[in-house]
Design a protein around this ligand. Structure first.
Ligand code: NAD
Length: 505
């Protein structure tokens, strides 16, 4: 007898996948225009009722109002808007040039739905992460099972918004729970897994997915460097560093987690950082317009404390802020200098409002230090010298770079977002991100009829000789003029073609 009760993860997961698969089957023939129309309705609903999403996210995550509006709402709406303008072109069957060896045939690439995909998300951007994945999945014709984090589930929020469209209602399903639910959902056999979260969980998910050969995309943590050269506009770089490090209380995968400042301006720059940081308002009021909200979870705050304490023990200097209280999620931003690459605050993702600063002497050292971690999500480079900034950007082992800006390559929905090294693989958003929700199908179309192809049986010595000459004409070495080669290709091609007309009997 099956001992599963209706609330056990594997039971819930199986039920959700049954419903999602039925929704997918019902809408397999629904065309892209109808799917985009549903997303347009969703976009309007988000715009009209954004405060409902903002309230839920502020309550569960603790972020301040402006952070919620900018990242959760604008980011989600921008992506749907981009899909409205680009999905039809990107998802249309694509004609692919056919080489001369396949003369007379037509080649196409089709982009098809995968089926029911599984999206597992962290707690730091619960609305944005859900809506952008849902919109991409649905645009491509998939059904989606979305699992929010147990630490910021925003219960009912996604169902409330997708409820505006019967199509979305059928295609989008939310599964609540922790890692046990995540594992059960993978066991239910999704067509593909899109995971955003920590590297440790990503590795576990990949191992489990491997048992069923389920493809995965992993968007993992970061330790993003920001490099400031001595010719950068200092007030702009200072303001950028503070926002990049402390937005969403530093709980952003692409937060500035390491600041590298040229030695000529380092001391004055850190003084400016400290002065400006003291002006930041830390929010306690859920409706307030503070600069920085609270941290989301006590385990994350404890990691922040551990990183700061270790850094101070190893000789770092606390330039701003203090060791956070263990009984509060309000964490004053911390700036540390005298930091070394032996400290976890420099090598491991902290994921909190902590900004360690290090000096560098020249361009090569800045690149070496910036590339000196296992992570490779994003980076920023500040310099008045565009050529140098581009050169450094090219040398950084990351998935995205902002030049004279911070955290902004992900602001453009047309650019893909995703990491290098242990920050993961696969892309969200941009053409690559959209096509990640499809399976490409290669299609070759011939005229049909009675023709027997030259490369089909029977093989004969004569046919082999003709193929040899054709290959030589196509790719052979020697002093062939272009005209002579074309002539030879045409001649041997025609001989082969004539050969191919012969029926076997
Ligand atoms: P996490 O890895 O602990 O959890 C992420 C999600 O995975 C949660 O929904 C959790 O319930 C689920 N989960 C846990 N164990 C699972 C398992 N064995 N099988 C299936 N699902 C499982 O991460 P977190 O603490 O929620 O988020 C913080 C991390 O996310 C940070 O490392 C941050 O950098 C990263 N992140 C990355 C990006 C990006 O796009 N690269 C964006 C946001 C956050």
């Amino acid at each position: 007898m099956d001992a599963a009760t209706p609330t056990e993860p594997r039971h819930v997961a199986a039920q959700i996948f049954t419903t999602a698969r039925a929704g997918y089957a019902r809408h397999r023939q629904t065309d892209l225009d109808a799917r985009l129309a549903a997303l347009r309705t969703l976009k309007q609903e988000i715009l009209d009722h954004r405060d409902e999403a903002i309230d839920a996210v502020m309550r569960d995550v603790g972020k301040c109002h402006t952070d919620a509006l900018i990242a959760e709402i604008i980011g989600a709406v921008d992506w749907i808007h981009w899909l409205e303008g680009n999905a039809t072109r990107l998802l249309a069957p694509q004609k692919v040039p056919t080489p001369i060896t396949l003369l007379g045939k037509r080649s196409e690439l089709w982009h098809e739905a995968l089926g029911v995909v599984l999206v597992i998300c962290p707690w730091n951007y619960p609305f944005h992460n859900a809506i952008t994945a849902i919109a991409a999945a649905v645009a491509c014709g998939n059904a989606i099972v979305y699992k929010p984090s147990e630490h910021a589930p925003c219960v009912g929020l996604i169902e409330r918004f997708v409820g505006v469209s019967p199509l979305l209602n059928d295609l989008v399903h939310v599964a609540y729970g922790d890692g046990a639910m995540g594992r059960a959902l993978i066991d239910a056999g999704p067509a593909k897994i899109f995971f955003t979260g920590s590297g440790a969980t990503g590795a576990r998910i990949m191992a489990q997915a491997a048992q069923q050969l389920i493809p995965v995309e992993l968007e993992l943590g970061g330790k993003d460097p920001m490099i400031v050269f001595d010719d950068a506009h200092t007030p702009r770089a200072v303001a950028g560093a503070l926002w990049g490090a402390f937005t969403n209380a530093g709980q952003s995968c692409s937060a500035v987690e390491r600041l590298l400042v040229h030695e000529r301006i380092h001391d004055a720059f850190v003084d400016d950082l400290v002065r400006e940081a003291s002006r930041l308002v830390i929010g306690t009021d859920d409706r307030g317009d503070a600069d920085i909200g609270r941290m989301t979870a006590s385990f994350q705050r404890d990691k922040v404390i551990a990183h700061i304490e270790e850094a101070l023990q190893l000789g770092a200097r606390l330039r701003h802020g203090r060791i956070p209280d263990r009984d509060s999620l309000i964490v004053e931003p911390v700036i540390l200098d005298h930091v070394t690459s032996q400290m976890r605050v420099w090598t491991d993702e902290t994921f909190g409002p902590v900004l360690p600063v290090m000096r560098f002497g020249d361009e090569a050292e800045a690149i070496r230090l910036a590339n000196g971690t296992d992570y490779g999500l994003c980076a920023s480079v500040f310099s008045a010298d565009q050529a140098r900034a581009r050169r450094v950007a090219a040398a950084l082992e990351v998935g995205g770079v902002s030049i004279n800006n911070v955290n902004m390559s992900e602001g453009n929905p047309g650019l893909p977002f995703g990491g290098a090294k242990k920050s993961g693989f696969g892309k969200l958003r941009g053409p690559e991100g959209l096509l990640g929700f499809t399976r490409s199908k290669a299609v070759l179309i011939d005229q049909g009829g009675a023709k027997i192809e030259a490369n089909w049986y029977p093989y004969t010595d004569e046919k082999l000789r003709r193929f040899q000459r054709f290959v030589d004409a196509l790719y052979g070495r020697g002093l062939w003029t272009r005209a002579f080669r074309l002539l030879a290709i045409a001649w041997h091609g025609l001989r082969l073609e004539a050969f191919s007309q012969r029926p076997r009997d």
